[in-house]
Write a protein that binds this ligand. Sequence first.
Ligand code: CO
Length: 211
Amino acid sequence: MKTFEKLLLENKAWAQDKTTVDPGFFERLADIQKPEVLWIGCSDSRVPSEIIVNAQPGEMFVHRNIANQMITTDFNSLSVLQYAVDVLKVSHVIVCGHYNCGGVRASLKRQNPGLLMVNKWLKHLKDVYRLHQSELESLGSENDRVHRLVELNVIEQIYNLAHTSIIQSAWKKEQRPSLHGWVYGLDNGIIKELISLPPGSEINPIYQYSD
Ligand code: CO
C-alpha cells in the first residue's frame, strides 16, 4: 500500500471510531468552531500540535511554519492571528517551539545557496541570534547554542505578538488573549513553559500603538 493510500484508509477508520463513541461528533463540529486557543508551532512532523496536548477537533486554531515564527510582515501569520483574535476571540495564544529544531540549527550555519526562500525565512532567526550573540557564543557546544536559541526564539516570537496592533488592541478592549511561550522536548514529549504575558503587560514604548 502506498503512503497516501494508507492515510486515506486511516482517515476512514478514525472517522468511524469517532462516530462509534459519539454519533453526533461531526454534526456538532460542522456548524461552528469556538476554539479558545491559537497555537503557533513548528512544521516539524515530530511536533504534531493537537496530538502532544491531546486536543480534539475544534479546540485549537493552528498555524505552523518553519521554526514557529510570528513574522509581522508575513500575511499568512498575520491573517491567522487577526482571525483568531478578532473573530474567534481566542483567550490564549501559544507559541510552541521544540528542542533540536532543524530550522534553528540551520540558522546558525551559512546560508544554503540552494534554498533561497528558506534562507529568507531563517534570516529572522539569525537576527535573534545577533540580539543574544554574546550569551550564545559563551556556550560551549553547537548543541548548547541550538538549545538556547530555540528558547530565545520562542520568547522573541511572544514579543513579536505583543508588538502587533492586533494583540494590543484586544488587550485594551477585551483584556485578552494571554500569550504563552512553550518549548517541547523531542526526547521526552514534555512541554516546558518559558514565558507568559498576560493582557496589559508592559511593552517597550517604541512598539506601543497609541490612540
Ligand atoms: Co522545528
